[in-house]
Design a binder for this molecule. Structure first.
Ligand code: ADP
Ligand code: MG
Length: 679
């Protein structure tokens, strides 16, 4: 098939490079041009095709310049408006011309109307389409007509060379009553006349279900294959001696919850196996993931291996370091700290401790990726807030410990709960452990939505809380467009609140402070010297100050759900009943209103995540993962969860019993997109 370079370039913008891509470029919707609708019967909201003669045609200038025509058939008259039009169109749509229009009917000033319908001049008794007309997603300069032609050719070629054969074994096709692949592809591009437009539009038609199943299956196969390949590599066997662990647990001020015990067991079992662990530890904010990580690290250490814990921000990394230092020092475990801002000399010492194996646990930030960091013997890499790191970064850390025949174990932690359907699909290459239980003594946080106009009441509340010895966070608005502006806002807020509360100590923490300045501020907040802490969203992750029981979030309507949930999780960590006040600015957009309602009504991170997924799709949850995993174009995780379950079971069965078909299926669906690295 010869395609001009210009068209090729436009196709590649749609992600179409091969004939297969064309075949799988399925319609985004359909238009019903198979019959004509009497104008008189049409009601608002319907999308219909009508035909009639133009009986009136004028350019009006009010309320804005537009071309207005009237089209009449036997049953009535329809007004047609063009807000943007070419001068030539005035002639084309001359009185007396017969037109066929397709569009949505609306109520207008002068009765029913269509705005910018699809319009064609026709002759009397011009034949109607006998199948639904597919509409493809396209890009500027590439017409539907061209796409239809190219896809038609690709289908024709595929037919000739007989490549649309089944990749799914017969038994499975029967078990799930799937339509044949080939029939499905043809049916979706050229629906037969008897297919109802409803099931095509809602994508519930058997042809759609088959395509969605295949798509989900390709994703499962690819991810499970990676999972299996990784498992075929060796890893250090970190036996469960439980010596350090026993002493560690003894000195802890609290008892582990059953959920913590359970996930620790799962991790411990993995570490003792001769292939690399690849586990995602999920738990809502404040569910106690750090202790679990500490136990895992101890298991590596008591087997003579090193462990590393990496966190995405300096504040969080340092907090981990201090906590772990206090926990591990009594055990005689040597723990080192590495960050980008360290003095050269200090860093040199740390690097040496890491390379000689003196440092048994290393805690740090991105600085850990640097080439100069060489471990003597890395057994376990732990990554906190994993979604903040890219695939390549995680891989880089893992490679630090790689030997020809071995990879270190990897534990990823995430406080952004991932809905079940998402972890079944996009996270299918990982094992997942879940802490599904809150810690004892955490008090529920009451959430209040307050319009910004009532700021004064909030100020009173803060004064009252501080007088009772409580501590308060004031979170400044997120200004995505400009970090400078965000900083200015934080500084202005700090100055303002200092003035409003002359008798309180008001602190300020933001991303531009040096790490040392940051930790000084956080320290004085922790010790209660600072009562009111003005902060940018840098405190979103991991910060733990139990005495803080009131949080104010400004411009909450700008923030995403998971971010709000994370921020809110910073309070309610002590015994005090805690309050989170979400200040919002009116007017609220539709989405912002929905988000605020969800965060107001829900406190369970998983439920929030589930609703967030519905609101925004999977992109936000995946973070950097997005570039690494096969994305879904057709299947909808919520609507098609039955197909997801079927695809999951099928993938394992095919990898076990039909490896060649499995490979063909992956090639068909993912082609070169399957060549990604997986950390
Ligand atoms: P997250 O899951 O958000 O990372 P952390 O590990 O920071 O949570 O734990 C939050 C706080 O709860 C910490 O101060 C931690 O020491 C404490 N904690 C952890 N497990 C328990 C437990 N079983 N009982 C009481 N407190 C606990
Ligand atoms: Mg944490």
């Amino acid at each position: 098939m010869t395609i001009s370079p210009g068209v090729q370039e436009k196709l590649s913008r749609l992600g179409i490079r091969t004939e297969w891509d064309l075949i799988l470029h399925l319609p985004i919707r359909y238009e019903d041009e198979t019959h004509l609708f009497p104008i008189g019967d049409a009601s608002a909201g319907q999308t219909v095709q009508v035909e009639g003669v133009i009986i009136h045609n004028e350019v009006v200038v009010r309320p804005r310049r537009q071309l207005v025509c009237q089209v009449e058939d036997k049953s009535g008259i329809l007004v047609v408006r063009y807000l943007n039009f070419y001068a030539s169109q005035i002639k084309t749509y001359a009185i007396g011309k017969r037109v066929r229009l397709l569009g949505e009917i609306r109520h207008g000033y002068q009765g029913m109307e269509m705005i910018h319908p699809k319009c064609r001049i026709v002759s009397v008794s011009e034949p109607l389409a006998d199948t639904m007309t597919p509409v493809y997603s396209t890009t500027a300069g590439l017409s539907q007509k061209t796409l239809i032609k190219l896809i038609g050719q690709a289908l024709h070629n595929a037919e000739q060379t007989n490549v649309l054969t089944e990749t799914v074994p017969d038994t499975i096709v029967k078990r799930y009553q799937l339509a044949s692949f080939k029939t499905s592809v043809f049916n979706l591009h050229h629906p037969s006349p008897e297919v109802s437009i409803g099931s095509l539009q809602t994508r519930t038609h058997p042809a759609w279900r088959r395509i969605k199943f295949d798509e989900l299956l390709a994703q499962q196969l690819s991810m499970r294959l990676h999972y299996r390949q990784r498992r075929s590599r060796g890893a250090p066997v970190l036996a469960r001696k439980h010596e350090y662990a026993a002493r560690f647990l003894e000195q802890l001020a609290f008892k582990l919850t059953p959920a913590q015990v359970r996930v620790s067991e799962e991790i411990s079992r993995d570490l003792a196996a001769p292939y690399p662990m690849q586990r995602l530890l999920q738990g809502d904010v404040g569910s106690g993931k750090t202790v679990v990580a500490a136990l895992a690290a101890l298991q590596a250490i008591e087997n003579g291996f090193q462990a590393v814990l990496m966190a995405p921000t300096e504040i969080l990394a340092e907090q981990h370091f201090r906590k772990l230092y206090a926990w591990f020092e009594p055990l005689g475990v040597r723990i080192a700290w590495l960050s980008g801002s360290q003095k050269k000399k200090q860093k040199q010492i740390t690097l040496e401790e890491i390379s000689t194996g003196v440092a048994q646990l290393v805690v740090g930030t991105h600085a850990l990726f640097q080439d100069s960091v060489i471990f003597q013997q890395l057994g376990l890499a732990i990554i906190d807030e994993q979604h903040r790191f890219g695939v390549h970064q995680r891989l880089a850390l893992r490679m630090k410990g790689a030997r020809s025949d071995q990879l270190p174990h990897q534990l990823m932690m995430s406080a952004t709960p991932i809905p079940r359907t998402l972890s079944m699909s996009y996270f299918a290459d990982l094992d997942v452990s879940m802490i599904d239980q809150m810690l004892p003594g955490r008090s529920p946080v009451m959430t209040k939505l307050v319009a910004d106009s009532r700021r004064d009441e909030v100020i009173m509340r803060i004064r009252h809380a501080c007088m009772q010895g409580k501590q308060v966070y004031w979170v400044c608005p997120l200004i995505e467009e400009s970090e400078v502006l965000q900083l200015q806002t934080a500084e202005a807020t700090h100055a303002n609140l200092t003035e409003v509360f002359p008798d309180l100590t008001v602190g300020l923490v933001h991303g531009r402070l040096s790490p040392q300045e940051k930790s000084e501020v956080m320290d004085s907040f922790k010790q209660g010297i600072v009562q009111l802490l003005v902060a940018t969203t840098v405190i979103e992750v991991g910060v733990d100050v139990p005495n803080a029981s009131l949080m104010v979030i400004e411009n909450a309507e700008r923030m995403g759900l998971s971010q709000l949930h994370q921020l809110r999780g910073r309070v309610g960590r002590g015994s005090e009943a805690s309050i989170c006040i979400l200040l919002f600015q009116q007017p609220l957009s539709e989405v912002a209103r929905k988000r605020l309602r969800i965060i107001f009504e829900q406190s369970d991170g998983f439920e929030i995540a589930r609703q967030d997924l519905q609101l925004r799709g999977p992109g936000e949850f995946l973070g950097a993962r997005q570039s690494g995993v096969p994305m879904l174009r057709f299947a909808d995780l919520e609507q098609d969860s039955d197909l997801l379950t079927a695809a999951q079971a099928t993938a394992n069965e095919m990898l076990d019993h039909y490896p060649q078909l499995a490979q063909r299926h992956i090639d068909r669906w993912l082609g070169d997109k399957n060549e990604y690295l997986r950390a």
